[in-house]
Design a protein around this ligand. Structure first.
Ligand SMILES: C[S@@+](CC[C@H](N)C(=O)[O-])C[C@H]1O[C@@H](n2cnc3c(N)ncnc32)[C@H](O)[C@@H]1O
Length: 350
């Protein structure tokens, strides 16, 4: 192999050499496409607020609280006569959510349909309703996660994360679950280090561990200045099972990231959650946060998927509401907007 060959191999495949740009597997979509201009304009809306100091709560309203909960939570509370402890609610959520990520969706769709027709033939109303619920949920999951890729949304995440001034960053992911967004960031800003933190060990031992090794993250190749596809094993990741409130790091991270964390805390606790992000950030570092959007589609989703998703307090908010929490708590908003189903904000400490 000559020098040029070697260099090329080290750089990974170029976009032209890749055989595919999107592939639908039985459980998820792999997607190395860029948005077309039309798609970008449909899914990505950035920087709609001109001046955060002019926003008032009385004008933008407060977040929408999701009040339908999973059977698992309500049954636990009935049996134990008290509210489900928050840590246990996350353990339930993570096990339940993970089960859906690893499903063979087409096989599950035909199984649930068969089950529905067999219950229908027996004329038992309760069984029919429950089987119909299963059909509905797997079809919704197929559309929202597998076809539309609304949860991982790599194209939206790349649009949100692009163009930051970062070299080999140290990234801290608070409430990391399977760690998806830190890996996407690591692909775009490579050769740094990620610390993932979650106090549910199932996240490290199953959600992260079983995250597909072959899943492609499109990022940057410092050797060529072009694109490069990374996999989980290409990143330097330390996964810490710990309560965020007990972390002993100093101000040592270039990025502190959370995805779907702030909306699980009522207003009186939000300043503390924002402080968790500020506490570990290097001067000049970026806070990156996303939360699910308050839109009709998402309200319906959390209603239909209540048994899978709703074990704990949850709000849906607009990007204006999310940004105002951050702005009022001393953060400078650098970029804000929404991608498919999440709001995203990049901020610095004032
Ligand atoms: C809603 S999830 C994040 C969404 C995630 N992207 C997913 O796919 O599930 C929030 C995560 O934060 C973790 N978490 C919540 N409070 C925490 C705390 N005080 N310390 C550490 N982890 C926490 C939960 O265990 C959970 O895995």
């Amino acid at each position: 192999m000559d020098g040029m060959e070697l260099e090329k191999r080290a750089a990974g495949p170029s976009m032209e050499e890749m055989e595919w740009d999107t592939v639908l597997t039985p459980s998820y979509r792999e997607d190395l496409r860029y948005f077309s201009e039309k798609e970008y304009n449909k899914f990505v809306k950035l920087n709609t607020v001109k001046d955060w100091s002019e926003l008032r709560w009385k004008d933008i309203g407060k977040p929408f609280e999701v009040t339908s909960f999973s059977k698992e939570k309500t049954e636990w509370e009935e049996k134990n006569g008290k509210a489900l402890p928050v840590h246990t609610s996350w353990e339930m959520f993570n096990r339940s959510f993970h089960e859906w990520f690893v499903k063979d969706v087409p096989a599950e769709m035909s199984r649930s349909k068969k089950e529905f027709f067999s219950k229908l033939a027996k004329f038992q109303m309760r069984d029919i309703k429950s089987a119909l619920g299963n059909v509905l949920r797997i079809h919704l999951w197929n559309y929202a996660h597998r076809i539309e890729d609304g949860i991982w949304d790599p194209r939206g995440k790349r649009a949100l994360f692009e163009g930051l001034d970062l070299q080999k960053p140290r990234i801290l992911f608070l409430g990391a679950a399977e760690g998806y967004e830190a890996m996407q960031l690591s692909a775009m800003y490579p050769q740094g280090e990620v610390v993932m933190v979650d106090y549910d060990e199932f996240c490290r031992d199953s959600r992260f561990k079983e995250f597909p090794e072959s899943y492609p993250f499109l990022g940057y190749n410092p050797a060529t200045g072009g694109n490069k596809v990374y996999n989980k094993s290409d990143f330097t990741i330390h996964y810490e099972v710990n309560d965020i409130r007990k972390l002993s790091y100093g101000k040592e991270f270039d990025i502190v990231l959370s995805v779907g964390l702030l909306e699980h805390f009522p207003d009186e606790l939000k300043p503390e959650v924002l402080e968790w992000h500020r506490k570990f950030l290097k001067p000049g570092g970026y806070i990156i946060m996303t939360t699910p959007r308050a839109q009709l589609k998402s309200k319906l989703y959390y209603e239909i998927m209540a048994d899978v998703m709703n074990h704990t307090y949850r709000e849906l908010m607009t990007v204006e509401q999310m940004g105002l929490y951050m702005y009022e708590n001393g953060l400078d908003i650098i970029r804000h907007g929404h991608i498919k189903v999440h709001n995203g904000i990049i901020a610095k400490v004032k």
